[in-house]
Design a protein around this ligand. Structure first.
Ligand code: 4NP
Length: 165
């Protein structure tokens, strides 16, 4: 038997700093996947287009608001998107239009089809973007969680259909 690793379906959540929106999506999706009994069957990660917060835990406010809904983000650490991510991941999901533009510019042409707005997976919402909560107040973090909860459920449904999980 070869010890070769079997590649599982994978998703990378991407925002600007990788300390608010994308780690929230990362932690919420991990939780949903675990609850669905699919831990290890989907590879999940997050990254920022900027390198400002590399190595840092998620913003305290993101951690606190997520914890109120039962999501633990404390184990996550920020990193910047790297070129290899476009080959590693099946989906690279941008939180807003600026992140999307950055990823599309950075992506090798053959991987551009993997880059999408995260809220394409949300159901029944008018928003296209998850607004940056960093410079605002508490309700911004609640809105991030509302949108992330919705889109993560849609994303899990997509993975189940697409990969027969
Ligand atoms: P995020 O939010 O992209 O959701 O992680 C931000 C975090 C930090 C900064 C901006 C947005 N910043 O300017 O440091």
């Amino acid at each position: 038997m070869s010890a070769e690793k079997i590649k599982v379906p994978s998703v990378l959540f991407v925002c600007l700093g990788n300390i608010c929106r994308s780690p929230t999506a990362h932690g919420v999706f991990e939780h949903l996947v675990e609850q669905a009994g699919l831990t290890g069957k989907i590879q999940i990660d997050s990254a920022g287009v900027a390198d400002w917060h590399t190595g840092k835990a998620p913003d305290k406010r993101s951690q606190q608001y997520a914890a109120k809904r039962g999501y633990d983000l404390s184990h996550l650490r920020a990193r910047q998107v790297v070129l290899e991510d476009f080959t590693t991941f099946d989906l690279l999901l941008a939180m807003d239009g600026n992140n999307l533009k950055h990823l599309l510019e950075m992506s090798p042409p053959e991987h551009r089809h993997k880059v999408k707005l995260f809220l394409e997976f949300a159901e029944g919402v008018n928003e296209r973007e998850v607004p940056d909560p960093y410079y605002g107040e508490g309700e911004g973090f609640e809105l991030v969680l509302d949108l992330v909860d919705n889109a993560c459920q849609g994303l899990l449904n997509f993975f189940r259909r697409q990969y027969a999980l």
